[in-house]
Design a protein around this ligand. Sequence first.
Ligand code: SF4
Length: 225
Amino acid sequence: MAKPKLSVIASSIRISVTSKLDGIRSWSLQALETCPGSVGSDGELVAACSGCYATTGNYVFDNVKEPRLHNREDWKRSDWVSDMVANLNKDRFFRWFDSGDMYDLKLAKKILSVMEQTPWVSHWLPTRMMKFKKFQTVLAAMQALPNVMVRFSSDSVFGVFDDRHGSVIVPDPESVPAGTKLCEAYQHGGKCNGCRACYDKSVSVVAYPAHGRKMDKVIRIALAA
Ligand code: SF4
């Protein structure tokens, strides 16, 4: 996993950059603690979140955690939306939530405002917040924007998805379900290598091959059960 780097620009906006995304920037929060959709009706983490890459590796280091913890408070500032819009001045693609999720409805409404005010940017926002009824209106408003692709993440690690979902994990590249676009980053050292499928509204579902020791273990245990 490429180590996310902190990019400090004007204002207190903290942006991460991972080499995986070809240098495309991301605004993130701490995984799990901002992911209410990661917990199933049984109170346990859903399969996809049990193996979450953002809870291992470089993501446990203080210098990676610090901007995510900072962002959790920073978005509450009254001028956060205008600062984000200014910060995205030169971006053409932007990923929300390399880690974490849009846990608060007020944050969701602010992100919608940023998206509306940055039509030059193609935004990709992966989320599980569609599980909560009060988020559905703001998520629909995001998805209606021509420059935004909201991808509702399936909880499955075996390629199971339905009409709501925009992404799903598959155990390996040979197990790609019909109607999905295989993420081929595994063929390019874990990098996007020019692919922009996740930002593309014409790509309905992206299938991500499972990667990382933690996810491998989740899949092994599930297969053995
Ligand atoms: S599908 Fe394309 S854009 Fe999305 S993560 Fe994979 S390589 Fe990157």
